[in-house]
Every structure is written in structure tokens, then in C-alpha cells.
Ligand binder design. Structure first.
Ligand SMILES: [Zn+2]
Length: 1012
């Protein structure tokens, strides 16, 4: 289950809130008159999938899949080029990634710098791109009516990009800022370090993100013209024969095919051969090594990597999946269970990791407790005990067949994907699988070939491994420094004796192959629709202790369901000590049940237990067949849970480090946290929580158990392929279990409130950060309390300024890589947020945001009625896009219950109001609430200032060391100089300001609906 998740080492264009080989050889026929060489109909798909597919190979060898979905509200497209950063010139590392950024900056046919982004964003869409070892993937979605016009703009990226001189000079700053944002990520640091300590001549060794040194200063010194190199790279590698394209739209297959033919036939074919790397990225002398790395955060882990040949050709057997599933198993007899019993690790990931065309890796990673760090050799020994057990037992058809069955069920009842992510994944998949198998290939296993499994196991031996250990304890012994990330480390050879011991380690009784999985669902019947059809959740059960909301799904027709139960308890957030106690209690509980629920998780069930300020939320989801069994097991175990003293010590220490590590997190994350601390009626600071750690003892945790549910109130929601009777039964299970403990019912109907800023207030809160090189400013403009019209005015304004915000503050002014605007709706209070993470001083960025807002007034005034209506429709499309899965739909409804507003039909109600808004309405709103001197304006700015000395600050020097002039702002300076009142602490803010009222409830929460 928890197989190794690929370390995020792709570099994306934009860090906006939403965040990923082998070409197919085609027979070349002589200059066919037909623009299409080959058509592939009837691509095998899930029986659940009602979209139509067609594969086409164009005359220029570009391969494409068009997908027709008449019900699609949004269309999407993705194009994957089978070239990535491993093809960067050695002297210009990061070039493939830099080019990825530059393609968005204008084409011959649409020369405006932000032409594509503007068009897509004005029509309800979003866009992004990523670059990894051997892929560069571009993707976007848009309101379904605007697919053709967007696709026309998109296709030009690959036909005639401008790559302007001025854009090149500016966008390199965005790439640099992106790299600086990555600097403190320990997973990226480890990934980079393992590359650069490998074979120095191997392309895998390159620094794929690039920074201003590799892409600007160094090439300039050597007289290399960067823009020319970008053009050369595009010229050399952007060839139709190594591109794969996916287009999803509401049009018919024939119309979609025509679009692709018309727009992409022009992409030139340079007959590029997809590179293949025969040689592994580690030479023999780089194996049997142990790397000790000092992390930025206080984390400890042990990671093993075994280079292997490319096993992708055996995707029908998936040997890496089989071995990863066993080594990474968390059930009885697993390696993780044995490590936990010793008190050395708490989590384990294992599985194959893509390398590139020709080579691959198998990885294993465990976190380390303090004691675990002292026993890393023994942990490695246990890993080989497990691997030797697998070797001795040989491949097991029973286990392989079980996995085959689970994957088949998953495929048969597959959830519908959102078009954007789907197009992105399929386009990348087309480079790896034949078109006929692009949907089935990545999921299904169909050929049991034990010899392939045995073959992969041969590589998982001590002679072929590299070990990396992370701990801040290595500060003293780390004699070497990696220059790009500034990583302190040391690298040692593992002794022959150790290798020999690990090789021959005997198998013990502690470990065993997993037992058969009883949680695999057996029944998949879809309930008949109810006699009375309801569209929105209904209150179907109410007692002095609980309320239950319910809706039978009739949209998705899948044998799946979700059930949420919020167990409200005043004990969980009474004071910082109780917040800590509850956290550790929940972690101990999850740890305790892990072996049991892991089997259910493998079979496609999921559960979460989450702590909030109000209590604990239980969520169970997956196939409805066994959902009540899982819920009952959870509740029973929770009510009778007795913490374990040894596990307490381990998990308390983990929690203490998590609290401390907050101060090393990215400035934009810190800023969002400080918003909560300042504005929420009740929110303990990290310092307060850390201050209460000493009082957190095993005895206090044990005492918490009975207190936790002494006063409980439950609010629940069941959605999916579940009858009303079963939903009521589930609530009954929860309530009966609680009644055996609860002594009274608290008034838990109310939520916490938000600080209401006073009209005319302009506040600033300062914090410093000594870990990150970037600073960050978040400007929050509080507008109004929850009200459908006010919601839509603000959302509409944000829709209109979203793209200009990115274009002006990021692309033109180059303030930093992370720049975005968003609407905040917290505790029923609305506000606009604009965040900029930058190497500039926060006051400067604050001023630029203000100027930008002033400029937006003119921008609004100049919008034609037509443009204004386009934005209204773009927002309407976004809001009315139907959730694609049962879980997405359930979460949307649950959120209304969780915030106690119960506005289940929010999207329809608000869009109806949106469509009545005029430009004058919006201008008045913006002037009153958002602009300087507006009568209703309320502003809070959070400034996080980096105290790390800046290197290569871009205004300080150019390549030859000359002083470079400050970039000229693109918009006029704000007419009024910024003045702000300093907020000393969250307490002073709260004592000066009042609290906003609670939002209204949109549904009657007292009357139970009968006769469903
Ligand atoms: Zn990027």
C-alpha cells in the first residue's frame, strides 16, 4: 500500500495551490497524403467509463488520444515531450526546465506575453507544466466551449515560440526563485545529493531545476547566449515524433480529431530518437556506500537504493509492485511491525522508482527514532532478513493473484477523473505504454511470471546498494559541503565484513509473508433508486446526542460510499496541554490499529481519524460492502483503547520535533499559519504548544481516554451506495458505543468565530525567519460576513484579477516564484488574500500589491461588457463543474455540515446571484472594500522577513559585477504611502477587535425528514 512515493523532483511552472517513457516505434510509410497515418479505435477501458476514446498517429508521427465526453463542463489537453533535464547541456543545467517556463511567454501567432494564460484564465481554466528526467509535460483545462480556441494557442508553443530576449532575462529570476524555494526541502536535498555523489559523467547527475548561476551568470561569463541556447534546444528536441497529446472535450471524436489534425500537423518532425541510458547512474565504486546528510529540519531517516535494469517492459507482471507490496506491507509479520516492536521506526516505504529509459531503482525508506538512529546497521540487517525470506520462499502465486484481483476490482469500479489530471497522466503514459494499453497498462497485472520477480530480487543485495542516513547529529562529522544546495554531508564506504554479514543473514520467526486478505469486497450491487428522489442531503435521524445527514448517490452508480462522524468534545482543545494530549492520543490510536486496518486499506477501504479544535472526525470510505464492518471495528477499538507506554515515548518525541520543525517550513506556509493564530477566536501558537510539552506524560495521556468522550455530541453524514437503514445503523453503532462512556451532552453546535477587523484598520504583523532565503508577505483584506451576494462579488473580483496578479507581480515585476490571489472564507467571514514569496523586503512587496490593486480599478473600468460577462461565465463554469467522484461530492456536502452552514445547494444559489451582478455593482464593491481610502476597507498584512544573508540578490550585481538597476515597476506606485499599525501579538489584536457573528444556517437542522 504505502509503496515508495516518488520523491518530488519535477519542477513545475507555477506553485499555484493545485499540484506527476519509451516511444512507440511506428512504421514509416512514404509521404502519405492522409494527415493521419493510423487510427486506433476501441482502446480498452473500464466498463464504468462512458467516455469515448480514439488514438491517432498524425503524418508527422505525433501520437494523440482524443476523448469525447458530452457531459464535460471542462475540456482539457496535455502534451508530453519525451525530453527532460537529462538532456540539458552540461554547461547550462536547468535549460529544459527554463524552456518549459519560456514557452508560456508568447508565440508568433499570439505574441502577447501572457496570451495563453490570459485566455485560459478568462474562460475558467488553469494551466501548468512540469519537467523531469526525460519528460516535459504541458497541460491546461478550460470551459468546454473554449477548447478549440485554447488549443490553437497551446499548439503554437510547439510550432513557433518567441522566446524573447526580455522574457528570457526576466523569467530566469522565476526559475531562480523556484530553486530558492526548494532549498530547504530535505527530500530534494537528499535527491540532489544522491545524484551528485553518483557517476559524474552520467546525465542523471545534472541539476535539473537550474538557478541564476547555471542559467545566467556562468553562461554569460563564458560568452554563451542563453536565448540562443533555448532556441537550439527547442529546435533540436521539440519534435512531433516524440510528442504525445491528449485532448478531452465535449465534442464528438470526429470533431476532436479534426482539431488535432488542424492544429498539430504543423509541428515539425525532426525524427528525434528518444535517448536510452544503458549504463546505470552509479559506477561500481559508488555502490556499497553510506551517505550521512545533515537535514534542515530535525528529521531522521534511513534510505536504501538499489539500482536495477529497466523492468518497465514487464509491466504486465509488475515485479516491483509485487516486491514493494511485501517489503512495504504493514500487516502482521511485516518488516515494519518488526521494526516498530524494536522501537526503531514508525513508517516504511518501499517500491520501485522510475529512473529513466534504460535504468530504474528499487528504494526503501524508514524514519528513525532516537534509538533507531543508534541501530542503523541492525535495521539494514532486518531489511536483508526480510529480502532473504522472500528469496527463500520464492514468488507466491497466491499473493500475486490477490493483488491482481484487487486491481481488477479497482479498475472495474474506477472513479471518473477530472479532465486536467487525466489528460496529464495519459499523455505521460503514452510515452511508456502502447496506445492500446495506455489505460489498462499502468493498473492491471495480467501475466504471472515468477522468473521476473526472482530476477528483480537478485538486484536487492548488499553488494548493489547505497545507503543514506539523515540526522542533525551528523553536523559534527559532516566534512563536505555540496555547493548548489549547501548540504553538509560525508560519504563512507561500507566495510566488506558488513556486506558479507548482511548477505548471509538468516531468517527469523519475527517476519512472515502476509495472511490472506479478508477485506476484499465480494458484493457490488447498486441499490435501486429510492422512491422519492432527493438531490441534497437530508436530516434523517436526531437524538439528544446526535444528528445524522444522509443522501443516497444516484449520479455515480458505483458500489462505494463515505461516512463522516464528528465526535465533538470540549476536552480536545481546552488548553495547549489538551491539544497536545489529544494529538498524541490519536497518533497512538492510529499506530495501535495500523496492522488491522492496513489489510482493509489494501482492499480499497480508507479511514482517517482527525483531530480538530472541536473533537475527532472519523471518516470511512471505499466499497460499501464492508464499510459498516470497518466503522464498527474503529469505534469499538477507539472506545476501549489503552495506550502503550513504549510507543508513547516514541510518538511524543516525533510530535515534539514536528512542532519545532514548523519554524523551518516555507515562509508561505508560516504566513498562512500566523493568519489562523491572529484571526481565529482560539488558536494556540506553536510556542504555547511547545511550552506544554513537559506536562505531556504517559499518565496524563492515559487519563485523557475516559475524559475524551465523557461529553460528546455527534454530527454524521453518510453518502453513496448505502440505504437509509444502513446509514441509521452506522450512526447507531457510533452512538451506542459512546453512550457506554458519555455522561452528558455538551452544547457543541457552535463553531469558533473569526476576529472582525474594524473599518479603516490597516494592520501589520512582523515575524522573522532564519532558515529560508525568501521572505513572504500576505495581504488579507476582510470584506464581509457570509452572504451569497457578497460571496459572489468577491469571487468575481478574484476571478478577474487572478491572471493579472500572476502576470504583473510575478512575470513582469519578477517579485518571486510563489505569487497568487485567493478568496478566504473562514468561519463565515470573507476576505481577499494576495500572497507573494520573494527575495525582496516584505514592505516593498506590500506596496507593490497595493499598487496592483489600485491598477485593477482602472482595469475593471476598462473591461467591456462582453469581457465582464465572459468572466461571469468562467466563474459559473468553475462553480458548476460537478464533482467527479463519490468522495469529492461527499466532501463538498460534509464541509457544509462541518462549518454548520448546511448550504448544500450553494453552487446553484450563488451562481444565480452571480449572473445578476453588474460592472457597477463590482466597481462599488471594490472601491468600498478593497481600495485604499475605501469606507469599508480592513487590511491585515503578515510580513515574514528572512534574516538569511542573500547570495546573488539580483539587483546587486550582474554577470560582470556591475550594479544593475532596480526593475521598473509595471504599474504606478500607490497614490497613498502605506501606513500601518503594528500588531504586537495575537492577544493584543483580539483584545482590540471584536468577533464576527456566526454565519447563518441555510437548512432546518431540527426537523427529521421521514419517508425517504
Ligand atoms: Zn518551474
Amino acid at each position: 500500500m504505502r509503496i515508495f512515493l516518488r520523491i518530488v523532483r519535477n519542477f513545475v511552472l507555477s506553485a499555484s495551490p493545485y499540484i506527476p517513457r519509451r516511444s512507440i516505434t511506428m512504421v514509416n510509410t512514404a509521404a502519405p497524403p492522409n494527415p493521419i497515418k493510423r487510427v486506433i479505435e476501441n482502446i480498452p477501458k473500464s466498463p464504468q467509463d462512458n467516455r469515448a476514446y480514439r488514438g491517432i498517429i498524425l503524418a508527422n508521427d505525433l501520437k494523440a488520444i482524443v476523448i469525447s465526453d458530452p457531459a464535460a463542463e471542462k475540456a482539457a489537453a496535455a502534451l508530453d515531450v519525451n525530453i527532460g533535464c537529462m538532456c540539458d547541456p552540461w554547461k547550462l543545467q536547468g535549460l529544459a526546465h527554463f524552456l518549459e517556463h519560456m514557452l508560456f511567454m508568447g508565440t508568433k501567432k499570439f505574441p502577447e506575453e501572457n496570451a495563453f494564460e490570459k485566455y485560459v484564465s478568462e474562460h475558467g481554466g488553469q494551466y501548468n507544466a512540469y519537467t523531469c528526467e526525460e519528460h516535459t509535460n504541458y497541460h491546461f483545462d478550460v470551459a468546454a466551449d473554449y477548447l478549440e480556441t485554447s488549443l490553437d494557442r497551446f499548439a503554437q508553443f510547439f510550432i513557433s515560440p518567441l522566446l524573447t530576449e526580455s522574457g528570457t532575462e526576466r523569467e530566469v529570476n522565476a526559475v531562480n526563485s523556484e530553486h530558492e524555494n526548494n532549498l530547504t526541502s530535505d527530500s530534494r536535498r537528499l535527491d540532489h545529493l544522491s545524484r551528485v555523489t553518483g557517476d559524474p559523467k552520467h546525465d542523471f547527475n545534472k541539476f535539473g531545476t537550474g538557478n541564476k548561476d547555471t542559467l545566467w551568470f556562468n553562461p554569460q561569463k563564458e560568452g554563451v547566449a542563453v536565448r540562443e541556447e533555448l532556441l537550439k534546444f527547442h529546435q533540436a528536441y521539440y519534435s512531433s515524433n516524440i510528442m504525445s497529446l491528449v485532448v478531452v472535450g465535449k465534442e464528438s471524436l470526429d470533431i476532436l480529431t479534426d482539431m488535432v489534425v488542424n492544429m498539430f500537423s504543423e509541428v515539425p518532425n525532426k525524427n528525434v530518437t528518444v535517448p536510452h541510458w544503458e549504463r546505470p547512474p552509479f559506477a561500481p565504486e559508488q555502490l556499497q556506500t553510506q551517505l550521512k546528510m545533515v537535514p534542515v529540519k530535525d528529521v531522521r531517516s534511513l534510505n536504501i537504493v538499489w539500482p536495477t535494469p529497466d523492468f518497465h517492459p514487464f509491466y504486465k507482471t509488475k515485479p516491483g509492485h509485487y516486491i514493494g507490496g511485501l517489503v512495504g506491507h504493514e500487516g502482521p509479520g511485516s518488516l515494519l511491525s518488526a521494526l516498530k516492536l524494536k522501537g526503531w521506526s514508525n513508517t516504511l516505504h518501499a517500491g520501485e522508482d522510475d529512473g529513466a529509459n534504460g535504468f530504474q531503482f528499487f528504494m526503501l525508506g524508514v524514519d528513525l527514532t532516537e534509538d533507531g538512529l543508534a541501530h542503523t546497521d541492525e535495521i539494514i540487517k532486518m531489511v536483508y532478513e526480510y529480502l532473504n525470506m522472500l528469496r527463500a520462499a520464492g514468488p507466491q502465486e497466491r499473493i500475486w493473484a490477490e493483488e491482481q484481483q484487487i486491481q481488477e476490482i479497482k479498475f472495474r469500479f474506477r472513479d471518473k477523473e477530472k479532465p486536467l489530471g487525466y489528460a496529464r497522466a495519459l499523455a505521460a503514459g503514452m510515452q511508456k505504454y502502447p496506445i492500446e494499453e495506455v489505460i489498462t497498462g499502468p493498473v492491471l497485472v495480467s501475466e504471472y511470471r515468477p522468473e521476473v520477480i526472482t530476477d528483480l530480487l537478485k538486484y536487492l543485495v548488499p553488494e548493489n546498494m547505497r545507503v543514506a542516513i539523515l540526522s542533525q547529529q551528523f553536523k559534527e562529522i559532516a566534512g563536505e559541503k555540496e555547493p548548489i544546495y549547501g548540504i553538509d554531508y560525508c560519504l563512507e564506504k561500507i566495510s566488506k565484513e558488513k556486506i558479507e554479514t548482511w548477505r548471509n543473514v538468516a531468517v527469523t520467526d519475527e517476519i512472515a509473508l502476509p495472511p490472506p486478505n479478508d477485506f476484499i469486497p465480494q458484493h457490488f450491487d447498486i441499490l435501486p433508486p429510492p422512491t422519492a428522489i432527493h438531490r441534497l442531503p437530508l436530516l434523517i435521524r436526531k437524538t439528544d446526542m446526535s444528528r445524522l445527514w444522509y443522501l443516497q448517490d444516484i449520479e455515480h452508480k458505483l458500489p462505494k460510499a463515505c461516512a463522516f462522524f464528528e465526535l465533538c468534545s470540549p476536552a480536545v482543545y481546552k488548553d495547549p496541554l489538551h491539544a497536545n494530549l489529544t494529538h498524541v492520543y490519536v497518533e497512538l490510536f492510529k499506530d495501535h490499529i495500523n496492522e488491522m486496518v492496513y489489510m482493509a486499506e489494501l482492499a480499497g477501504m480508507k479511514y482517517t481519524v482527525e483531530q480538530s479544535k472541536y473533537g475527532l472526525t472519523l471518516l470511512v470510505r471505499g466499497y460499501d460492502d464492508k464499510i459498516d464492518v470497518l466503522l464498527n471495528m474503529l469505534v469499538e477499538k477507539l472506545m476501549h483503547f489503552k495506550p502503550d507506554p513504549k510507543r508513547f515515548e516514541v510518538l511524543k518525541e516525533v510530535y515534539g520535533r514536528q512542532l519545532k520543525n514548523f519554524f523551518a517550513s516555507e515562509p508561505n506556509r508560516q504566513s498562512m499559519w500566523y493568519f489562523n493564530v491572529l484571526m481565529s477566536e482560539l488558536c494556540f501558537t506553536k510556542e504555547e504548544l511547545m511550552g506544554a510539552m513537559d506536562a505531556l506524560t504517559f499518565d496524563t495521556v492515559v487519563e485523557l481516554g475516559p475524559k475524551l468522550f465523557a461529553e460528546t455530541y455527534v454530527e454524521g453524514f453518510v453518502y453513496g451506495n448505502v440505504s437509509r437503514k444502513k446509514a441509521e445503523l452506522m450512526m447507531d453503532q457510533v452512538e451506542t458505543a459512546l453512550r457506554s462512556i458519555a455522561t452528558k451532552t455538551p452544547d457543541a453546535h457552535n463553531r469558533l468565530r473569526l476576529v472582525q477587523l474594524r473599518e479603516g484598520s490597516s494592520l501589520v504583523y512582523h515575524r522573522e525567519n532564519d532558515v529560508h532565503k525568501s521572505s513572504c508577505v500576505t495581504n488579507y483584506y476582510q470584506t464581509a460576513c457570509e452572504d451569497s451576494r457578497m460571496n459572489m462579488l468577491l469571487e468575481l473580483f478574484e476571478q478577474i484579477i487572478n491572471e493579472p496578479c500572476f502576470d504583473i507581480l510575478r512575470t513582469k515585476e519578477q517579485l518571486g516564484y510563489i505569487v497568487f490571489s485567493s478568496v478566504k472564507n473562514v468561519s463565515g467571514v470573507l476576505g481577499l488574500q494576495i500572497l507573494v514569496q520573494s527575495d525582496r523586503n516584505p514592505s516593498h512587496c506590500d506596496q507593490r500589491i497595493e499598487s496592483f490593486l489600485q491598477e485593477m480599478e482602472k482595469f475593471l473600468e476598462n473591461l467591456t461588457e462582453n469581457e465582464f460577462q465572459t468572466h461571469i461565465e468562467a466563474l459559473a463554469v468553475k462553480r458548476l463543474e460537478k464533482p467527479k467522484t463519490i468522495m469529492q461530492q461527499a466532501s463538498k456536502y460534509w464541509n457544509e455540515i462541518y462549518v454548520r452552514q448546511y448550504n448544500f445547494d450553494r453552487d446553484n444559489l450563488e451562481v444565480a446571484i452571480l449572473r445578476t451582478l453588474t460592472k457597477t455593482d463590482l466597481l462599488n464593491f471594490v472601491k468600498d472594500y478593497l481600495l485604499q481610502n475605501g469606507s469599508q476597507r480592513k487590511k491585515l498584512s503578515i510580513h515574514i522577513t528572512s534574516t538569511v544573508p542573500a547570495k546573488n540578490a539580483r539587483k546587486k550585481r550582474s554577470a560582470d559585477g556591475d550594479e544593475v538597476k532596480e526593475d521598473k515597476p509595471t504599474v504606478d506606485p500607490a497614490p497613498v504611502t502605506l501606513t500601518a499599525d503594528k500588531v504586537d501579538s495575537p492577544q493584543t489584536l483580539k483584545s482590540k477587535m471584536g468577533l464576527a457573528p456566526l454565519p447563518p444556517k441555510y437548512t432546518d437542522v431540527d426537523t427529521v425528514v421521514t419517508g425517504y
